[in-house]
Design a protein around this ligand. Structure first.
Ligand SMILES: NC(=O)c1ccc[n+]([C@@H]2O[C@H](COP(=O)([O-])OP(=O)(O)OC[C@H]3O[C@@H](n4cnc5c(N)ncnc54)[C@H](O)[C@@H]3O)[C@@H](O)[C@H]2O)c1
Length: 441
């Protein structure tokens, strides 16, 4: 009589070890999922992606990339050759030897984690889960999500993790717009539900990424990602506080940072700014904070950094108001042009962008607001829809003040400073330009 494990092996349709996987799937084709799908195809795997958004599916299936990091000229040939395809429904994921889940993990208004997207993705994947499959959660989340949320949903099918299928967490560390660190060069941290899960996931991602870094559990991998992003949030909070202190002391923040950065060890430069944005830095530490509250533990650094960073948009507007005041102008009767509304340079993502908070505050103060952003054609703030204005001399000259929030690479900073009567630079891109009409954070 063959053992139960042997019976299961013999009934598996395609029980291939993931290191020898021939096909791979991605659920959620956004800033994280689409680049991963492309790399899977480039690694010679039959890559199949699924997204709940039909427009996104159509766009990618026609070879058009919806994100800046993937050029349509790279995506198109992969689609045309059949190396990468977009599935119209979930059944296609059954074909994949490995499936990576890359769905959003936002915050609710109450600042609590919203893991409903992970929940839905796991629930919808479960009926298509088959023996021999590897499932990897990539979405940033609190420690315990893979084991406490995803695992029970997948095991409710009757399949057992570590035996019939494998499950791991591997945080995504892509930095959209970063040309120095392409996806496959960023080491991949991997933690499985069981040691066998870690091994399979490491073997699979070892085919796509230059370096894999296995850890002892899914929770360690989940926590590692939160440490990275909390590290950034806390240090940005610290340098923002320094910027406020420098202003009170009449010092140039940027000069101080440049001087500190000459220390060859023990110092890492962070830059102040108008606040923090994007789907990660303002959000991820809150996932940990929430989890730790459940354990009666207060994450004081996270909470303090959040407080300082969240105040920056208000500080920026107050400072602008004072600069206008010095020129005898009231903010309520001023025309303000905002340069850049994306949360960072050279991307079109406006999620959690401090520019939206700043524009909201300016509108509340009754200022007339225009914005220019070559990546973002329209935004909705305070119930008003604003469209990006062309950056013309006329626009700059008729503005009472220009505020630089997100300096995309092709923004002509010198020209702005030459034409606008007053420039408030929140990113330090005018450092070195000593002009009487230019002020920095
Ligand atoms: N954007 C980044 O720079 C970045 C970096 C590292 C990690 N992350 C993390 O990666 C995850 C994904 O972020 P993103 O920026 O790619 O988000 P995104 O919004 O760009 O993409 C997510 C995609 O998932 C789709 N989706 C939602 N629910 C789905 C479902 N049930 N089934 C199939 N598709 C579904 C959405 O339609 C969307 O296209 C998040 O947890 C985020 O924190 C993001």
């Amino acid at each position: 009589m063959p053992s139960r494990a042997a019976r299961l092996r013999s009934t598996a349709k395609t029980p291939r070890p993931a290191g020898t996987a021939q096909s791979a799937g991605v659920i959620g084709l956004g800033y994280v999922g689409l680049p991963l799908l492309v790399e899977m195809a480039r690694a010679g795997l039959r890559a199949v992606g699924f997204d709940v958004d039909p427009r996104r599916r159509r766009e990618i299936a026609s070879g058009q990339s919806p994100i800046e990091d993937i050029k349509s000229s790279d995506l198109g040939p992969l689609v045309a050759s059949g190396a990468l395809r977009v599935a119209e429904d979930w059944t296609a994921l059954r074909e994949a030897d490995a499936v990576s889940i890359c769905v959003p993990t936002p915050l609710r208004k109450s600042k609590e984690p919203d893991i409903s997207f992970i929940h839905t993705a796991a629930e919808t994947l479960a009926p298509h889960l088959r023996r021999g499959q590897l499932v990897i959660l990539e979405s940033t989340t609190y420690p315990g999500t893979t084991r406490e949320i995803v695992l029970p949903i997948l095991e409710a099918t009757g399949l057992r993790c570590g035996r019939d299928f494998h499950l791991a967490f591997s945080p995504e560390r892509v930095d959209p717009g970063n040309l120095v660190w392409p996806l496959t060069r960023i080491p991949k941290v991997i933690g499985g539900i069981t040691p066998a899960c870690t091994q399979r996931a490491a073997a699979f991602y070892g085919r796509i990424f230059e370096t894999v870094h296995p850890v002892s559990s899914a929770e360690a991998a989940e926590m590692a990602k939160l440490l990275e992003n909390t590290f950034r949030a806390v240090n940005i909070g610290l340098v923002n506080e320094f910027a406020l202190a420098c202003q009170r002391l009449g010092l140039d923040t940027w000069e101080v940072i440049r001087a500190s950065a000459t220390k060859p060890f023990g110092f890492m430069s962070f830059r102040p700014g108008p606040g923090i944005g994007g789907h990660c830095i303002p959000v991820d530490p809150q996932y940990l904070s929430w989890k730790m509250r459940l354990l009666n533990f207060t994450t004081r650094f996270i909470d303090l950094a959040e407080e300082v960073n969240a105040e920056m948009p208000r500080h920026v507007v107050q400072r602008l108001s004072m600069l206008l005041n010095d020129r005898g102008k009231a903010l309520s009767r001023s025309r303000i042009t905002v340069i850049g509304v994306a949360y960072k340079a050279d991307v079109s993502d406006v999620r959690e962008s401090p520019a939206l908070d700043i524009i909201g505050l300016l509108l509340q103060a009754k200022a007339k607001v225009a914005y220019h952003d070559p990546f973002v054609s329209q935004i909705d703030v305070e119930g008003a829809a604003l469209r990006s204005s062309p950056l013309t001399r006329a626009l700059l000259r008729r503005s009472d003040a220009v505020i630089i929030i997100t300096p995309h690479s092709d923004i002509a900073v010198r020209e702005i400073c030459a034409q606008a009567p007053l420039v408030f630079d929140t990113r330090g891109v005018t450092a070195g330009l000593d002009l009487p009409n230019v002020f920095r954070l």
